[in-house]
Ligand binder design. Structure first.
Ligand SMILES: O=C(O)CCC(=O)C(=O)O
Ligand SMILES: [Fe+2]
Length: 325
């Protein structure tokens, strides 16, 4: 883990024990995208305000130039289905102040999941819990790798604000004449990201290695059932730059021989801490901090795409609480 996260920032996760939960969620979502009308998809859509942009239509991202450490998402031509922590809605209804804080709109404004049917909701809940457990284990491994202390980073999984996103690029019968960017170069904003792919695999994903060249990921790069892990900006900061938050993008490089492009789906777990968690780098012995402390919420997708008044309210909350921004 130490070597792959500090040289490329991407690695496969094999034998994680959640193969069933992952493949069930992937199969159901892939079928949903393939068989549902746009009107149906929109009925399960989360509003633009609240939990992320929801189903993105081409050009919808035009005003969303939001920056990550390594790029931005100014192009993202996929449809998304977003699923949030199933506990959040329950806790919010029960009056938990963390979820009812008016400064927490970008994360907790809309925490009710909307699913196509009960089977999908059940599968996504199982998938979410599985990835939550796996992320916590990976965080413990990171603590062990850094300071021989599995609990070093465990506080960052408390009341986390993880979005699980199914990103779907529809099939096309026309051959793409030249390379077409489907998700522009960016790094992920959270701690770590776990990706599972649908039946078309991970082809199209490209990673920029530290020498600056783009590596094209081919199908078959990972064993059956493996997940792809990539380090996000927050873990990059927390490890004082030791773990790399590597720029990556999705590019279509022409269809197959007949010119058709198959649909492509990635099911992505963007593991991110509580909005009010303070991130401070763990500095190696004899080293110097390369990053200032910052409140986690400021770096998340939810904050970066929220309306200005919501961002102001959160910044004001941070000032009052003495959180660093
Ligand atoms: O679809 C993929 O392979 C990667 C998508 C991605 O990088 C992202 O959504 O952050
Ligand atoms: Fe990404």
């Amino acid at each position: 883990m130490l070597s792959s996260c500090s040289t490329l920032g991407f690695q496969g996760v094999v034998n994680h024990g959640f193969e069933e939960e992952v493949s069930r969620a992937v199969r159901l979502l892939e079928a949903t995208f393939a068989t549902s009308s746009k009107a149906q998809m929109n009925s399960w859509r989360k509003p633009n305000l609240g939990y992320g942009p929801g189903l993105q239509q081409p050009k919808q991202m035009a005003n969303e130039h939001y920056t990550t450490l390594q790029g931005n998402y100014n192009a993202c031509t996929r449809e998304d289905f977003i699923f949030v922590n199933p506990d959040a809605a329950v806790r919010k209804r029960d009056g938990d102040p963390y979820y009812n804080n008016s400064a927490a709109q970008p994360w907790c404004g809309d925490v009710e999941n909307r699913c196509p049917d009960a089977a999908t909701e059940e599968a996504l809940t199982a998938y979410y819990r599985a990835m939550e457990t796996l992320s916590q284990r990976l965080l413990a491994l990171t603590g062990e790798a850094l300071e021989n202390d599995p609990s070093l980073l465990s506080r960052f999984s408390v009341r986390h604000t993880t979005n699980a996103v199914a990103g779907f690029h529809g099939a096309s019968s026309a051959a793409a004449p030249r390379a077409r960017e489907m998700v522009s170069a960016h790094s992920d904003t959270g701690l770590l990201t776990l990706l599972a792919y649908g039946s078309s695999g991970m082809r199209g994903l490209e990673l920029r290695d530290p020498s600056g060249s783009w590596l094209h990921v081919e199908d078959g790069s990972l064993p059956e059932g493996a997940l792809l892990l990539n380090v996000g900006d927050m873990l990059h900061r927390l490890t004082n730059g030791r773990f790399l938050s590597t720029p990556h993008r999705v590019v279509e490089r022409g269809g197959d021989r007949e010119g058709a492009r198959k649909a492509r789906m990635a099911l992505i777990f963007f593991f991110a801490p509580a909005y009010d968690a303070q991130l401070e780098p763990v500095v190696e012995e004899g080293g110097e901090a390369k990053f200032d402390p910052v409140v986690a919420g400021r770096l998340t997708h939810n904050y970066l795409t929220a309306p200005a008044e919501q961002r102001d309210a959160f910044d004001e909350f941070c000032r009052k609480e003495g959180l660093l921004v």
